[in-house]
Design a protein around this ligand. Structure first.
Ligand SMILES: Nc1ncnc2c1ncn2[C@@H]1O[C@H](COP(=O)(O)OP(=O)(O)OP(=O)(O)O)[C@@H](O)[C@H]1O
Ligand SMILES: [Mg+2]
Length: 253
């Protein structure tokens, strides 16, 4: 696969997943909240896809990316890194929705890991309180084990590992032996578990490239009308061509 973006398969995510106003479904939402599963309007508040017709275009786009990754991978489960070309282009949005698209398949589970240590955001976006720590806490104190840092998200079969304490020297953590070991063990523990790393933007940080060493596939997210072809080219050139699964053009609201 060439590293030139024109030759790299590109996928468009349709425009905004704007939250719709809850109608009369409050009692249903409450019922669902008690068993921990989020209702569609709560997912839309989190800018997330669900199974209802109203977000069909978006869910189809993410299912399309899922199909492509599964086609590239063959039978094995895998680790996918998702990074934006530049900050705020929608990398985190794409990562959590792609992870959700995998979890829609009842035969699969997905694990989203927030690897943006400077500006961790997934726990906020998903409404998860990381009160027993996150990735950094585990890397600094592996004796706590991974159980406390694996959080339910309200989406069946989708778990989140939040970043934990924010850190400046994130590259050192990502290139550590401990990081590789934990990713390998999370992947090999369950054959049906698919792992998604939400990385920082390529522009302005070496972390995206360092993280790609831990991944089987890399997806680069370009802000539609935001990131120039030159910037997309430059971003893509950071990754091994064999790992590059595609460029997603995301239309931010
Ligand atoms: N296609 C979209 N539809 C609706 N909301 C979106 C879309 N893309 C991004 N957003 C929203 O735009 C904001 C920025 O997106 P996001 O956090 O995913 O970007 P990022 O590239 O990960 O940013 P950062 O550089 O902070 O990591 C978020 O509030 C996100 O929910
Ligand atoms: Mg992000």
């Amino acid at each position: 696969m060439s590293t030139h973006p024109n030759d790299v398969p590109s996928i468009h995510t349709p425009s905004s997943l704007e939250p719709t106003r809850p109608e009369t479904g409050h009692s249903i939402a409450r019922m669902r909240e008690t068993d921990g599963t989020l209702a569609p309007f709560q997912l839309e508040q989190r800018r997330m896809i669900h199974r209802e017709e109203s977000v069909r275009m978006q869910s189809d786009a993410f299912r399309g990316i899922r199909t492509r990754l599964l086609g590239l991978a063959g039978k094995q489960n895998f680790v996918t890194l998702v990074v934006s070309v530049s900050p705020r282009s929608g990398g985190s949005f794409v990562t959590r929705n792609l992870a959700a698209a995998f979890a829609f398949d009842e035969a699969k589970t997905s694990l989203l890991i927030d690897c943006n240590l400077r500006y961790p955001n997934q726990h906020k976006a998903m409404g998860v309180e990381p009160d027993t720590g996150g990735l950094i806490d585990f890397l600094e104190h592996p004796s706590i084990g991974v159980e406390p840092i694996l959080y339910r998200t309200g989406i069946p079969r989708l778990r989140l590992i939040p970043a934990g304490k924010s850190r400046e020297n994130s590259g050192e953590y990502f290139s550590s032996f401990r990081m590789r070991t934990v990713i390998d063990s999370l992947r090999s523990r369950y054959a049906d578990r698919y792992i998604f790393l939400d990385g920082p933007a390529v522009k302005g940080s070496p972390d995206a490239r360092i993280l790609s060493d831990l991944a089987d596939f890399v997806i680069v997210v370009a802000g539609y009308g935001r990131d120039t072809p030159g910037a997309i080219n430059q971003a893509v050139a950071n990754f091994e061509p064999d790992k590059l699964a595609g460029v997603v053009f995301n239309q931010t609201p």
